[in-house]
Structure formats: C-alpha cells, structure tokens
Design a protein around this ligand. Structure first.
Ligand code: PGA
Length: 248
C-alpha cells in the first residue's frame, strides 16, 4: 500500500484529486468508482477547478457510485445522486448517461443490484475506486458484520452510521435505515483503490484497516488483500497508525 501523508484536509483533497486527474489523463475513458460524504468534497472541488482551468476533461469518463440511500429520490438534497450532481457532475463535462448511482427508489432491489454488478463486470471492472472510510471501518455501506458481502446489496445501516449521518438531516429519525451498496466483489475488482481519510475521528478506523486483522468486523481491512491501494490521509487520520509504529 502506498501512503501519502498530508498535513491537513486541504492537502489530502489536493493529493487525492491529483491521483484521480492522473487516471483521467492516462485513460480518458476510464471507469471511475466514486464516493460521497465529507471526505471527497474537497477532492471534487479541485477536480472542478482543474476542469474549469481547462486542465482536465471528463468527456469520455464513465462513473459508478458506491452507494445510495433506500427511499430517497434523486432530487432529494441528501441523496447521493444529488450530492454527485451538485459536487461534481453539474460542473464538469461528464456525459450524464455515463454516470451511475444506485437507484434508491427501485421497486426490485435484487434485480437492480444484479444489474449494477453486471454493468461493472461488463466494463472490465472499475479502473480507479475512490473510497472514504466510516469511523466503524465501513467502506461504501459495507457495515461491520460476520462476513464480507460480495455483491451489490441492500444493507441495514449500523446504528453508529445513522448517528454519524444524522448531521445531514433535520433529525435522526429522518436518516434512512437502509442503503444499496456496492459489495466487496466490485470494490476488490477495481484495478486501483484510492482510500482517503481526514481527521482524528478516522484514526482508529485507518489503523485497523491498514494494519489490523483482516476481518469483516472492520470492512476496510479487506483492502490489505488488494494489490494496488493508495492511501491519502492527513496527519490526524494517520496518528494512530504512526503511533503503532507503522512507517508512513
Ligand atoms: P465521511 O464518510 O466522508 O462523511 O466521513 C465516510 C464514510 O462513511 O465512508
């Protein structure tokens, strides 16, 4: 695993954006696996900036997002489709038909999930998968469990995830209780993984994911088995890993 140690959130965001931009320049029609949440917001700002400066084009880029809340319409301001439109897609030249976010309103989740995986497989898997990590170690919405789930699936959100995401909703009761998440098959099938983390509240999850036991109780730990992971994190998120003696 290659680790970039950055001083703060902004430096982490810029570094992560350079990795994504590098992928796009190298492979203009790449399939990007994209993520939502506070972590990648700054990264998307840099990418939008570089697009506006004419340094980058998304014209042939294709994307698949990791997850979506069950029950939220695409135009709900807390849906992940809305997040992607307002943070990236609406500001760059990506072709709308080339962007995929799981459909939170699907009436047939099983068929939807199978179709999502079939699309990813048919594209030869994701070229670069961007990931944040939850404080409980989740990646996408693959929550701590007694087994890893391979396929895209409907997941019951962990209470700790509902707590963590309540900040975005009027009340905790408004946080959806389920999501559709890409499974570990699609994530581990990606040719390259870009894991990003910022802040002390991620230090424990990063330490367990990078150097702890490989266990579905810390879903991010599966990345230790991936041959091509780049971790971009700030000092605070790396603090526990560094304190444990891992050289970064
Ligand atoms: P965050 O979420 O970027 O909002 O911290 C990351 C995650 O839960 O995967």
């Amino acid at each position: 695993m290659k680790i970039f140690r950055e001083k703060d959130y902004d430096a982490m965001s810029r570094r992560a954006a350079t990795v994504i931009a590098g992928e796009i320049v190298h492979n203009p029609s790449c399939l990007l696996g994209l993520a939502t949440g506070s972590t990648p917001e700054g990264t998307y700002k840099y990418l939008v900036d570089w697009y506006k400066q004419g340094l980058l084009s998304f014209q042939s880029v294709r994307s698949v997002n990791l997850d979506e809340y069950v029950g939220l319409a695409p135009d709900h301001d807390q849906s992940y489709r809305y997040f992607m439109q307002s943070n990236l897609f609406d500001h760059v030249d990506i072709v709308p038909e080339n962007t995929r976010v799981p459909d939170g309103l699907t009436k047939d989740a099983l068929a939807f999930c199978a179709g999502y995986d079939a699309y990813i497989r048919a594209q030869g898997y994701v070229d670069l998968q961007l990931l944040g990590i939850g404080r409980n170690g989740h990646i996408g919405f693959n929550e701590p469990d007694d087994h890893f789930v391979k396929e895209t699936h409907v997941v019951d959100l962990a209470e700790s995830t509902i707590d963590a995401n309540a900040r975005f909703f009027a009340s905790r009761d408004d946080v959806p209780k389920q999501a559709i998440s890409m499974g570990m098959g699609a994530i581990m099938g990606a040719k390259k993984v870009l894991l990003c983390a910022s802040g002390e509240d991620k230090a424990d999850a990063i330490c367990r994911a990078v150097s702890g036991a490989i266990t579905p109780q810390c879903p991010g730990s599966i990345l230790q088995l991936h041959p091509n992971v780049v971790l971009v994190a700030d000092e605070a998120a790396l603090s526990k890993l560094i304190a444990s003696g891992v050289k970064v």
